[in-house]
Design a protein around this ligand. Structure first.
Ligand code: TTP
Ligand code: MG
Length: 386
């Protein structure tokens, strides 16, 4: 009998259609259920779910998140809207032709970021090995040496899904397998609120009928090249030798030969490289004149330098951030010929950006940061002419 879990009470149970503990029929059964520990978690219709959470009157309505108006595109369509055809990246006018009664809400990235961090914090209670892929998805390594809770991964995952629903108010779909590619494939097979399992014994046969684009690393261009040669399914790639794949695809052929057979040795790497460093502050009262804003910018630049030194990096793009009295965020940048962590350089460029914007409008927030980071040793090379 296959190991079986009730997804509602997160308890292992005897095989059967209904949980003897809570009566739920949301059960998952699989011969390898207790042997798999790599997970991919992806939120369901993420931006739309957050908006529905914050306005329950939208719950039973088709909702599209995206910029309304002629040239906008759909960022997310909720599952009700998707029944009528709208999808991510579809032009808004087309989505509204398909679903004219949809409610359209512009995206609120700051909010989605905050929700994403809340979800991340819950994931980190299960394992420090969390590798985010975007705001709404991450890999988790729940092997015994990494997991922080002494339970089977599938139990931890069911509890995590429950905690995210209860504490954050959005639903997720989970893929559980023995490597990243298959965990990601799995999470997409049962949506929304899914828990899908791909075991070692079935991986090849699950991959076989899929289009070649389902393999990690085969993008649209490669897929159409293969299709032009009559290779449309993974089964056809499985039938080719590694040598044949290398001859056709070059270096990637070797990894491809493994992937089509369900092998993927990529590790889960929690530490994403730092992309930017910044500091900001909201004024006690909105400011309209240059002097007080410049004074604040000077203080912030000092803090920025301290942070850059601590992180051991410099940046070659200086970014000034301003928020207007009516909450519009402006971002102005200057690209430098080399990375810097010097106060004078950052202050000089930050100030020149600020001077152009300080035209009497009220501002509520100011910030400064750098991006395009490089190690501190590469920052501020000595100037031969000085
Ligand atoms: P996805 O996980 O691809 O989509 P989703 O969460 O909306 O829906 P589901 O996972 O249930 O299929 O993307 C996550 C978020 O990323 C999505 O809510 C909006 C954003 N996004 C874009 O901005 N543009 C895009 O083209 C896509 C695909 C997503
Ligand atoms: Mg998603």
């Amino acid at each position: 009998m296959d190991p079986t879990l009730c997804r509602d009470c997160a308890k292992l149970m005897p095989a059967g259609p209904v949980c003897p503990h809570c009566g739920s029929a949301r059960v998952v059964s699989h011969p390898e259920l207790l042997d798999l520990s790599i997970a991919h978690i992806d939120c369901d219709a993420f931006y739309a779910s957050v908006e529905k959470r914050d306005d329950p009157s939208l719950l039973d309505k088709p909702l599209i998140v995206g910029h309304p108006g002629g040239r906008g595109v759909v960022t997310t369509a909720c599952y009700i809207a998707r029944k009528f055809g709208p999808r991510s990246a579809m032009p808004m006018f087309k989505a509204l032709e398909l679903c004219p009664h949809a409610v359209v809400i512009p995206p609120n990235m700051a909010k989605y970021k905050a929700v994403s961090q809340q979800i991340r914090a819950l994931m980190l209670k299960a394992t420090p090995q969390v590798e985010p892929l975007s705001l709404d998805e991450a890999y988790l390594d729940l092997t015994p040496e990494h997991r922080l809770i002494d339970r089977h991964p599938v139990v931890i995952l069911a509890r995590l899904a429950r905690a995210i629903e209860r504490d954050v108010g959005v639903t997720v779909s989970i893929g559980l397998s023995y490597n990243k590619s298959l965990a990601k494939l799995a999470s997409d097979r049962d949506k929304p609120r899914g828990l899908s399992v791909i075991g070692r014994a079935e991986a090849k046969s699950i991959l076989a009928p899929l289009p070649v684009g389902a393999i990690h690393g085969i993008g649209r261009a490669t897929a159409s090249r293969l299709e032009a040669d009559g290779i449309t399914t993974v089964a056809q790639l499985q039938a080719m030798s590694e040598a044949a794949l290398v001859a056709r695809m070059g270096k990637f052929g070797k990894a491809l030969a493994e992937r089509v057979h369900g092998i993927d040795n990529r590790r889960i790497t929690p530490d994403r490289p730092l992309k930017s460093v910044s500091v900001e502050n909201t004024f006690a009262r909105d400011q309209r004149t240059l002097e007080p804003m410049a004074a604040e910018l000077r203080d912030l630049t000092g803090k920025l330098v301290a942070r850059l030194q601590r992180a051991g990096v410099g940046g070659s793009t200086v970014v000034l951030k301003l928020k207007t009295g009516d909450f519009k965020t402006l971002s102005r940048q200057i690209h430098l010929p080399h990375p810097t962590q010097r106060f004078e350089t950052l202050w000089e460029h930050g100030f020149s950006l600020l001077r152009r914007e300080a035209d009497g409008r009220p501002f509520r927030l100011i910030g400064i940061g750098v991006s395009e980071l490089a190690p501190a040793v590469e920052a501020d090379p000595p100037d031969l002419f000085q």
